[in-house]
Design a binder for this molecule. Structure first.
Ligand code: NAD
Length: 343
């Protein structure tokens, strides 16, 4: 298959090469997919994208005009893809339905511990030979209640770590896992009111956009720790800043940001104008922001590359990509009637 892969970073190349074994003819480009760069797809069968690529209807239409039949995203989340537009142009879509959920879970807990023990400030002070402890009083996780919104692959991996720290772990999911001796199922309202730490692990959809807003924030315990390693727009960031300034949020750990597209994954240090909301958030020393790096472990990168190449392999054989299918009209359902699910 002839393929162009957009937004490829240097650290991904070796994993893709290892997974591909020269099976597919893949052109790697560092530019993100957009109306300006869509022409690189000319003469190809498939494109590979990532979360901050523009996979909106105008770009999809252009890709279809160029003969693209498949789009594979190197991510779990698919909120950046206009699935209806792809279906209307008969373009098939695939994601990586799960890869090393522990990578994201471990980063989530790293944010939590960094915030609770003021590790960033402690390290900065130490570098100035200031070894006073006055501003570094933390808290134990042992005995605290952790509320997880979303109990899929990542939510469950996070639950195990917090359980290991001695927390009471409660969770809400629209589909609660069948059996779980770690997570206590609660309503969304109870999760908001009972948790000392709230961590978000739902996908970004119409129903989850701004699920954390002025109203839901007002139900939370004063001083709550809020963690988001899922998608930025789950949180209304303006409301979160207000809650932070009012002391309602005591700690905020973000790996994702509502307006990260065009900002994260690149160096913007010397931009003349910077995102004002993000700058305001960063003035608070009880806020930690990482640049959408929760997935960034060697293990996860290899699994992402392996599944992405597997998706191309299956498409080349004219087979369904099974659990990776994220088409609006899920071909997994349609094709399973006539042939077994691949994968
Ligand atoms: P998953 O599909 O395994 O789990 C998502 C869970 O959310 C499911 O159990 C689903 O039932 C639940 N859910 C969906 N809508 C809901 C709603 N409205 N209310 C309650 N529950 C709802 O996905 P996952 O692998 O756990 O990943 C979760 C998200 O993490 C992804 O969608 C992606 O956006 C994000 N993610 C971020 C990174 C990163 O690097 N920061 C990496 C991978 C994934």
């Amino acid at each position: 298959m002839k393929v162009v892969a957009y937004s490829i970073k240097s650290y991904e190349k070796e994993y893709l090469a290892l997974a591909n074994q020269k099976k597919h003819d893949i052109t790697l480009i560092s530019n993100p997919l957009s109306l300006e760069t869509v022409a690189y797809a000319e003469g190809k069968d498939a494109v590979i994208v990532f979360t901050n690529d523009d996979v909106s209807a105008p770009v999809i239409n252009k890709l279809a005009d160029l003969g693209i039949k498949y789009i594979a995203t190197r991510s779990v989340g698919t909120d950046h893809i206009d699935k209806i537009a792809a279906a209307s142009r008969n373009i098939k879509l695939a994601n990586v339905p799960s890869y090393s959920p522990q990578a994201i879970a471990e980063h989530t807990v790293a944010l939590a511990l960094t915030l609770s023990r003021h590790l960033i400030q402690a390290d900065e002070h130490s570098h100035h030979f200031d070894f006073k402890l006055d501003t570094l009083v933390g808290f134990n996780f042992y005995g605290k209640t952790v509320g997880l919104l979303g109990l899929g692959h990542i939510g469950q991996a996070v639950a195990k770590i917090f359980k290991g720290l001695g927390c009471r772990v409660i969770g809400y999911d629209e589909v609660f896992p069948e059996y779980n001796d770690i997570i206590e199922p609660v309503s969304f309202d109870d999760l908001l009111t009972q948790s000392d730490i709230i961590s978000l692990h739902v996908p970004l959809t119409d129903s989850t956009k701004h699920i954390i807003n002025k109203t839901t924030l007002s139900f939370m315990k004063p001083g709550v720790m809020l963690l988001n390693t899922s998608r930025g727009a789950l949180i209304n960031t303006v409301d979160a800043l207000d809650a932070l300034e009012a002391g309602r949020i005591g700690y905020l750990g973000l790996d994702v940001y509502e307006k990260e597209k065009g900002l994260f994954f690149e160096d913007h240090e010397h931009d003349a104008v910077k995102d004002g909301l993000l700058q305001k958030l960063m003035t608070h020393n009880n806020v930690i922001i990482t640049p959408h790096q929760a997935f960034l472990t060697k293990e996860a990168l290899q699994q992402i590359a392996d599944q992405t190449i597997k998706n191309l392999d299956l498409w080349q054989l004219d087979k369904c990509v099974g659990n990776s299918c994220v088409c609006a009209k899920n071909c997994r359902v349609a094709e399973s009637i006539i042939k077994p699910i691949a994968n």
